[in-house]
Design a protein around this ligand. Structure first.
Ligand SMILES: [Zn+2]
Ligand SMILES: [Zn+2]
Length: 215
């Protein structure tokens, strides 16, 4: 499996290519900002983009949807709860509505859909092999904001509990480069992420909002 982390845009977004070298197919996660470059990265790796997977629908994660879909014919997969929000952002809307526990087959790779709301209603993490592509649910030593329209801090708490149940060795690939390193692990976040330390919902809600003020 190939996981290619691609920094794009002006607010430290990470896009990802999830590639299956055996079949030469790939999924592009959260395409935004630089569609030509994303397609060039896929070509360089010998991969054809067959799927567009969205962790959520804030504009900094979807704004190249149309360009990538037009160039590749790939279908767009997004959690059902994000569909009402897609109309606020650039077309096209999603093609396939995902649910928690759903699976997407990318060549020989099985991508599992973990619904992790809190930052947005349909925010999801994509779990493939020992990798978790976390969108804006989890950053290195921080979490996504929970004060946007559609955000819900109590849902974020539930999502944190869900992610803490994953094996410690799972590598986390965040939606933005806001931390000291570009990736982390579930085990490291259990130790180092201040928003993952509270033991109760009440203690979590008492924490201040994450300080980064980006999307
Ligand atoms: Zn974002
Ligand atoms: Zn976001």
């Amino acid at each position: 499996m190939i996981i290619k982390q691609i920094p794009v845009g002006t607010i430290a977004n990470f896009n990802y290519l999830i590639g299956d070298p055996d079949s030469g197919t790939a999924a592009l996660v959260d395409p935004a900002w630089e569609p030509e470059r994303l397609l060039a990265e896929a070509r360089e790796l010998g991969l054809s983009v067959t799927h567009i997977l969205l962790t959520h629908c804030h504009s900094d994660h979807v704004q190249a949807n149309g360009a990538i879909k037009e160039a590749t014919g790939a279908e767009i997969y997004v959690h059902r709860a994000e569909f009402p929000y897609l109309k606020h952002f650039l077309p096209p809307a999603g093609d396939v509505a995902m649910e928690d526990g759903g699976q997407v087959q990318v060549g020989g790779l099985t991508v599992r859909w973990l619904h992790t709301p809190g930052h947005s209603p349909g925010s999801s993490c994509l779990y493939v092999g020992d990798a978790l592509i976390a969108g804006d649910t989890l950053f290195v030593n921080s979490i996504g904001r929970t004060d946007f329209p559609g955000s819900d801090p109590e849902e974020m708490w539930e999502s944190i509990c869900k992610l803490k149940a994953l094996p410690d060795h799972v590598t986390v690939y965040p939606g933005h480069h806001y931390g000291p390193t570009p990736t982390t692990t579930i085990g490291d976040q259990k130790r180092a992420n201040p928003y993952w330390q509270p033991d109760t919902l009440e203690a979590f809600l008492a924490l201040a909002q994450p300080e980064n003020d980006e999307m």
